[in-house]
Design a binder for this molecule. Structure first.
Ligand SMILES: Cc1ncc(COP(=O)(O)O)c(C=O)c1O
Length: 308
């Protein structure tokens, strides 16, 4: 297989059957998003957003690109911007792991760290995200850069409607009983669920949130701090479409930690906390009986564990 550039490694990721961690009844598949060049599912959104900005004349070669990121979108944008010829600056809360800074800088990005407001290192809150967003918007304005705005940019959803969701349908089709995904901006969940429900609206679409920060499920925040970086910001994300959701499932910090270990030892997959939360939620759901006796479930293995 020959690809044109690193951009050819984005999309068309394989499904891994997670037989060792869940041996039935039913089958559990994880979509290997961590094998993309930026190391996460966010490469897809980065590619769609930059391509779309060129198409719409909002971005030209050589112009700066700025985004508030928890690190994965930053790595994806660094990969994509290098290939399109745009200098990229990531504005990130200092609560995200230093490995993320290292990766973005090694890909040629500039990284501006913003002090945390109410979170602690490894646990980034909605307040921390707001502070980083204010700084990113100001920087883009000041420098005439294109501001990516992943929380509001519709290309973020399109990437998963046209890409991830369509790929899942192509690989599993009507065999699929449920799709399970944790929510950061909501791009992955909303884009995939829209595509899947358009094919067969009986397929269950299940949103995953950290316990205590289940805002999308309509619960009050009891604990804004959690270990699942990249998801669960404790805010109603603009892309959200409640009508797509059949169930909400919460995952605790301990469960995410335990499933990271299980995925590594049983499946030889060293992944991040949101991938672990997705697998944990999928198994809870399959064991609940809500999906029938032999469900087929697909979830997202969002990023590699190397950034933690
Ligand atoms: C590690 C990780 N998992 C999951 C997600 C969620 O993806 P989305 O923003 O499409 O909801 C993100 C987003 O940044 C992430 O960084």
């Amino acid at each position: 297989m020959i690809v044109d550039s690193a951009l050819g490694l984005i999309e068309n990721t394989p499904l891994i059957e997670l037989k060792n961690i869940y041996d039935g009844p039913g089958r559990l598949f994880g979509k290997a998003e961590f094998i993309q060049p930026g190391g996460s599912v966010k490469d897809r959104a980065a590619l769609y957003i930059i391509r779309d900005a060129y198409k719409q004349g909002k971005l030209v070669k050589g112009q700066g690109v700025v985004e508030m990121t928890s690190g994965n979108m930053g790595a994806g944008l660094a990969v994509v911007c290098n290939q399109f010829g745009n200098p990229f600056t990531a504005v990130m809360s200092s609560g995200n792991s230093p490995q993320r800074v290292k990766m973005m800088e090694s890909l040629g990005a500039r990284v501006d760290l913003v002090a945390q407001v109410d979170g602690v290192p490894g646990q980034v809150t909605g307040g921390d995200i707001d502070a980083a967003t204010v700084q990113a918007i100001a920087l883009a304005k000041e420098t005439g850069a294109f501001y990516v705005d992943q929380f509001n940019n519709p290309a973020c959803v399109d990437a998963h409607f046209c890409g991830t969701g369509a790929e899942l349908w192509q690989d599993l089709g009507d065999e699929l009983t449920a799709f399970v995904a944790a929510v950061g901006t909501g791009g992955t969940f909303v884009g995939c669920s829209k595509y899947i429900k358009l094919q067969n609206r009986n397929i269950h679409c299940v949103a995953v949130e950290p316990s205590g920060s289940e805002v999308l499920a309509g619960k009050p925040i009891t604990d804004a701090k959690h270990n699942m970086q990249g998801i669960g910001y404790g805010l109603m994300v603009p892309h959200w479409d409640h009508s797509l959701v059949d169930h909400y499932i919460a995952v605790t910090n301990d469960e995410a930690e335990d499933y990271r270990k299980l995925l590594a030892v049983k499946e030889s997959l060293h992944l991040g906390f949101s991938a672990a939360a997705n697998v944990c939620a999928s198994i809870k759901l399959m064991q609940s009986g809500l999906l029938g006796e032999t469900p087929v479930v697909a979830t997202i293995l969002c990023d590699s564990g190397l950034k933690y």
